[in-house]
Design a binder for this molecule. Structure first.
Ligand SMILES: [Zn+2]
Length: 248
């Protein structure tokens, strides 16, 4: 294994080092140009916001009342607050690989519960995006899908590796669409759209959403709506799939 050059003693390997060492090398941060850029841009941004909107951060520190929960892909090209012109405090977020809503995912369920039942969020948006690497990998793996067997989406990883376990539902969905023989430029947009629809359906099956609809309102007295969108990476625009659902 290559010696560590970032956060550990030079010459140590990942296996040898004590993981806690990672947290004791703040000075090495200055050697990483990308991080230096992020930190200096943050300092400038904080100054600019305070100048344009004095007291914004003081107010922000008092609490949050976002109206929207965004469930999106972890892809770096889809930063929800940037592409929607939102401010800190506007959007509660759960982003993961392939914008999945897995009903056995405690992270997603905890975020959903907190957003709807404690913060009083009114809109839950699942947003997929074009050129999604996760969807592309699942489309690629769908041609070798064997019904009844757990799909291995990323063959270079062990079959039971986190990424393979995480992507299994999306590969299974891709296989169910029977698009493996279609060209990727046709199949991928379809899979991306169907993925959003499937995750909206999953959301509707959660206890949090079902309860809010059965009662007409969430415990915070809000009507709760679920929406499906797709962001186009090549144009910067969002398309509403028109599959919104709310209380009857
Ligand atoms: Zn993606």
């Amino acid at each position: 294994m290559e010696p560590l050059s970032d956060c550990g003693r030079i010459g140590q390997t990942y296996k040898e080092r004590d993981i806690s060492d990672c947290f004791y090398y703040p000075s090495t941060m200055s050697h990483h140009a990308a991080l230096t850029q992020l930190l200096s841009a943050n300092a400038q941004w904080a100054k600019d916001v305070e100048r344009l909107e004095p007291g914004f951060f003081k107010e922000s520190a008092k609490g949050q009342t976002p109206q929207t929960l965004w469930i999106g892909c972890a892809d770096s090209r889809v930063p929800e607050s940037v592409i929607t012109g939102a401010k800190p405090g506007d959007i509660f977020v759960n982003r993961n690989v392939g914008n999945q809503v897995n009903l056995d995912d405690d992270n997603m369920l905890a975020v959903l519960t907190y957003a709807v039942e404690h913060l009083g969020v009114e809109h839950v948006v699942v947003c997929g995006h074009t050129e999604c690497g996760a969807a592309a990998a699942c489309f690629g793996a769908s041609s070798s899908f064997v019904p009844g067997q757990a799909p291995v989406t990323i063959p270079v990883d062990p079959a039971d590796a986190p990424l393979n376990r995480w992507l299994a539902p999306l590969t299974t969905l891709a296989a169910s669409l029977e698009i493996s023989s279609a060209p990727a430029n046709e199949a991928l947009p379809l899979l991306i759209q169907e993925n959003v629809k499937a995750q909206v359906n999953n959301l509707c099956r959660t206890e949090v959403i079902a309860k809010a609809w059965a009662n007409g309102k969430s415990p915070k007295g809000k009507e709760v709506w679920v929406h499906g969108w797709v962001y186009d990476v090549s144009t910067g625009t969002i398309r509403d799939l028109g599959i919104s659902r709310g209380p009857k």
